[in-house]
Design a protein around this ligand. Structure first.
Ligand SMILES: [Zn+2]
Length: 173
């Protein structure tokens, strides 16, 4: 049972962000309420995507809305990805790492198979920013954050900001 009321945005360096998440098995009202909460946290913080561990829940699901709107938000439960196309590096941010933007290599296209809130399997083709967002959120389900995607040079560039976040949020780990 997810404690939906107490779900809130989790910041680096919270340990839950480094954990591989578990498959969603139960599609009930509690899950539906959690997805609603995830969407509202995403919209409140002006994000285009949010994964369950970023709200403190180690489950395999995330929400996306490029319009930053609860009306257009879509949920992807137990997703699997088939990346396609070229690889390109663009700057990315993450709600769990406020103030940090770093170049990450992603595929330009990505097919995603996942379940909806009824448990039905849906397959979708994504491209561009949507494909990038899906790959970023999927990383969260594997316990991978932008910090893991940084090379040594990027870590140097962001060391002050990372340290600041560690000081601010480290006690909550
Ligand atoms: Zn993120």
């Amino acid at each position: 049972m997810i404690d939906v009321e107490n779900c809130q945005l989790v910041y680096y360096p919270a340990s839950i962000l480094n954990r591989r998440t578990e498959k969603v098995e139960v599609f009930d009202d509690n899950l539906r309420q959690f997805v609603e909460r995830l969407i509202s946290i995403m919209a409140q913080h002006r994000g285009i995507g949010l994964a369950a561990p970023q709200a403190g829940v180690a489950l395999r699901l995330f929400v996306v809305s490029l319009e930053v709107s609860p009306e257009t938000a879509k949920v992807y439960i137990n997703p699997s990805l088939t990346p396609k196309g070229a690889v390109e590096s663009l700057d990315e941010g993450c709600l769990s790492l406020p103030g940090i933007y770093t170049g990450v290599k992603r595929y330009t296209d990505c097919e995603i198979s996942s379940q909806d809130l009824q448990g039905n399997t849906v397959t979708e083709s994504t491209e561009g920013l949507y494909a990038r967002c899906v790959q970023h959120e999927f990383d969260h389900l594997e316990g991978i954050t932008l910090v893991h995607r940084m090379d040594a040079a990027a870590k140097m560039v962001h060391r002050r900001q990372l340290k600041k976040l560690e000081e601010e949020y480290g006690s909550r780990v």
